[in-house]
Unconditional design. Structure first.
Ligand code: AMP
Length: 561
């Protein structure tokens, strides 16, 4: 059994290490050191996750609860702890500082125990699991108690990492790439096999244990499983249809429906639906569940599609309407009546026990068509296989006339590549492309808006350094109602405050439109946006989908041309 203290010792060394090769070595040593039971937990912990991204289990602790627990454990007021957050800019350092001030007379859990406890990695995990499973009345108190127990049983180094795990932000610079290489090194398996295993299972913890127990052979046996969502294949922008034809030759053209992505798992009569962020949204969409049950004839299948909210004329309603359905937990039936949905299926990844992702799109399409009986609610729409530009243009115009976003042009020979954004799926929309940027800060307003967070600082991602680089601020396009919703949302993710500016944990993406992208020395990305305005809060997208610096470079170059 490995102690949590040992885990924290290694994290500290990793945190102080700059080179990614050295970091990989340290993570790999850690993976070799821990037991098989601890391995998946440690794999997630180093990446700042408690549970795998696809899992229904979620820690769900906001900054508010964490501050509350720290206050109870330290005897210091929440207000004073907020001052420390402002000073340190980091929850980990805040926890260490607050708890180092615990007065001798302060009763802690461990002060009631005969001998001080030494936390094991598994015990910390179990406590987080208890926190995640607490529901209903009294759940807040119970969550705070579990956190308090952890804080009061921990040494000062451990306290910092517990606080960071609580908000799933480890800040030691370890991401999927380092974990992938570390698994390969620790268990002497090829990086490509680890990558493939991850692509199919979406769970690095499972991949690590499989590599440890069965080596490369076992990794190659990993496959898709109904009930475990896989990452979605993503699309890249094409400036125009001609370029797409130049890139792909013949294309499979489909409407780009204006809705929200859904991944559908069917196992007999059991249907599970996942959002683009792979959250389980089954309970919010009972109408789609029963329609899928009837329309999909296969016994077991994993399918990909777009749910569209439709008005009385069958035209798509605004995107925000559909999110109201996806998020609904109570009074679902009422929303089913008011915001009816249809589901357009466009891909199939798994059928009757077999993975289809390595098959070419055309072949998958045959399986899709033969597995689905179109109904009013669920359908496989037309697809055109062609290289004829005028034919594609008229499909594009039809899609726009019907109120949809544009068209998708796909490579008919391409496999389904989970989590990949590449040239095999191209999207063509009429408007100038927008950027999906992550909110990293905000400003408290003044006058009528003093109690609202506005003027949001935005950043893109630099995959080379793993950092988020500021691109500017957006304050237009936000209604008063939205401002109040966003303030509530971001309050839970404040890392530090200085004057009226607050730093926000990168978590939520804004889709922003703008007039022009300019070179600028004001922001670390080297770019600034002219007249940016908020188009949508993309809370259907995960942080991994934030646009990269490379995308900004490309946009800048295209614009200059
Ligand atoms: P974007 O959200 O702009 O990156 O565009 C890609 C999204 O378009 C996908 O994630 C789907 O949600 C949506 N979409 C709509 N129709 C299709 C289609 N026929 N094939 C693939 N994606 C589609």
């Amino acid at each position: 059994m490995t102690s949590f203290k040992e885990f924290c010792r290694v994290c500290k060394v990793i945190e102080e290490t700059a080179g990614s090769l050295d970091m990989t070595d340290l993570v790999s040593e850690l993976f070799s050191l821990v037991t098989t039971e601890e391995l998946p937990v440690v794999t997630h912990f180093v990446m700042g996750e408690v549970f795998p991204a696809w899992s229904d289990e979620e820690v769900g602790l906001g900054t508010g609860l964490l501050l509350n627990a720290l206050s109870k454990s330290s005897g210091i007021s929440v207000k004073k702890i907020e001052d420390i957050v402002r000073d340190t800019g980091d929850m980990g350092k805040t926890a260490v500082k607050a708890l180092s001030k615990v007065s001798k007379g302060q009763a802690t859990f461990s002060s009631f125990l005969d001998s001080p406890v030494e936390l094991s990695i598994m015990e910390v995990f179990e406590r987080f699991r208890n926190i995640a499973s607490a529901t209903g009345k009294g759940s807040q108190t119970s969550r705070i108690k579990h956190l308090q127990y952890l804080f009061n049983s921990a040494s000062s180094e451990e306290v910092g990492y517990i606080a960071r795990l609580a908000i799933e932000d480890m800040r030691i610079g370890v991401g999927e790439g380092i974990v992938r290489d570390a698994i390969a090194k620790a268990f002497a398996v090829p990086v490509a096999s680890v990558e493939r295993g991850y692509m199919l299972t979406n769970d690095m913890g499972l991949v690590a244990v499989t590599a440890k127990e069965g080596g490369d052979e076992a990794l190659l046996n990993l496959g898709l499983q109904v009930g475990r969502p896989i990452k979605l294949m993503l699309a890249q922008v094409t400036p125009d249809i001609e370029t797409a034809i130049k890139d792909l030759g013949i294309v499979a053209a489909e409407w780009k429906f204006d809705g929200a992505r859904v991944q559908i798992h069917k196992n007999g009569d059991e249907i599970t639906l996942y959002s683009r962020r792979l959250e389980n949204i089954t309970d919010s969409l009972p109408d789609i569940v029963s329609a899928v049950k009837k329309a999909v004839k296969a016994n077991s299948a994993i399918l990909d599609g777009e749910a569209v909210a439709i008005d009385e004329n069958g035209r798509p309603k605004p995107f925000q309407e559909i999110l109201k359905r996806f998020r609904r937990k109570y009074d679902v039936e009422n929303k089913v009546r008011h915001i009816p949905l249809t589901l357009n299926l466009f891909d199939i990844m798994y059928l009757e026990g077999e993975s289809l992702i390595e098959l070419p799109l055309q072949k998958r399409r045959e399986f899709l068509v033969s597995s689905v009986e179109n109904s009013d609610l669920v359908r496989v729409d037309n697809q055109l296989i062609t290289s004829d530009i005028s034919e594609i243009n008229s499909m594009y115009e039809q899609a726009l006339r019907a109120g949809h976003e544009g068209i998708m042009l796909k490579n008919p020979d391409s496999p389904y590549s989970p989590g990949k954004r590449g040239k095999n799926w191209l999207k063509k929309k009429p408007v100038m492309e927008t950027l999906d940027l992550v909110v990293v800060g905000a400003e408290w307003g003044y006058g009528r808006r003093t109690s609202f967070l506005g003027s949001y600082a935005l950043a893109c991602h630099d995959p080379d350094t793993g950092r988020f680089l500021p691109v500017g601020k957006v304050a237009t396009g936000i209604s008063d109602e939205q401002l109040s919703e966003l303030t509530e949302l971001f309050k839970e993710h404040i890392i530090s405050e200085s004057g009226t500016f607050v730093e926000i944990r990168p978590h939520v993406l804004f889709e922003v439109a703008f007039e022009e992208i300019q070179k600028s020395t004001n922001y670390e990305s080297g770019y600034a946006l002219r007249f940016p305005r908020l188009v949508h809060v993309r809370d259907d997208k995960s942080i991994e989908e934030v646009d990269t610096l490379e995308r900004l470079d490309d946009m800048y170059m295209t614009q200059r041309k």
